[in-house]
Write a protein that binds this ligand. Sequence first.
Ligand SMILES: [Fe+2]
Ligand SMILES: [Fe+2]
Length: 277
Amino acid sequence: MNNKYFTIGQITDLHVGRKIPFPSGELDLYDQLVNAVDNLNSIDPPLDMAVISGDLANHGKEEDYIKVKSQLDRLKFPYFIVMGNHDQRETLKKVFSEHRYLVTDNEFIQYTIEDKPIRIIALDTLEPGTHYGLMCEKRIEWLENKLAELPERPTLIFMHHPPFDTGMPYPDHLGMHNKEAFAAVIKKNPQIEAISSGHTHRDSVVGWNGTVVYIAPSSAFSYGLEFHDVDDIDPLMEPPAARIFRWDAEVGLVAHLSYIGNYEFGLTEGMPEPPKN
Ligand SMILES: [Fe+2]
Ligand SMILES: [Fe+2]
């Protein structure tokens, strides 16, 4: 870690265990994770840490978490896990047993990371047996107390379900419940630089209750930009991506996307010279 800035890679919605038939052939989402890890590892200078923001395994199965772990352990920097609606808390804890922060003093996997230049808070919106999310009073109270401990410290929150409606009815139906009570806590805490989520498998951003809320696209597959109310939605093979946050105390939190895959780079001259001024 250098002193000037701090970088965080976020990948989300891995859904390992799922195979998707596309006209060009079947896509095994485990292979997508291999590519995502390669992508994060290719960033230079190396990232300082990564957050895996939920839906790690499509059915929450132990065998799939073992496969997920085999890839995430290749990351050249520490990584932290956030629960998604497809995850199983106890199975995940068992497989990622050395991730001590997953063990909390209550049924939810919410934790803070205090030793970084920006404070990180991970929230748990999983409501077992459903695909919508919930930020219940107990989880909100935990967050309120944590925020009150360090009201001056710049803070970045990670959570799987976005806390706002995107205008896309299909994912919004599977969105987070109890948004208003959560919003009231966020509004009172201007130290929150941003909230970053996943779940919709699309890149979105909104100014919300005094902060910025991002949705990271999936590192495995996307869903279409669908503003109509539909009963079902098919996977779409847009380029998967990772969210890269670059925190610089003087500049703030800048959000980038790193597209996963091989894209042509056509300049024979190579990288352009930086401007001289
Ligand atoms: Fe997902
Ligand atoms: Fe999800």
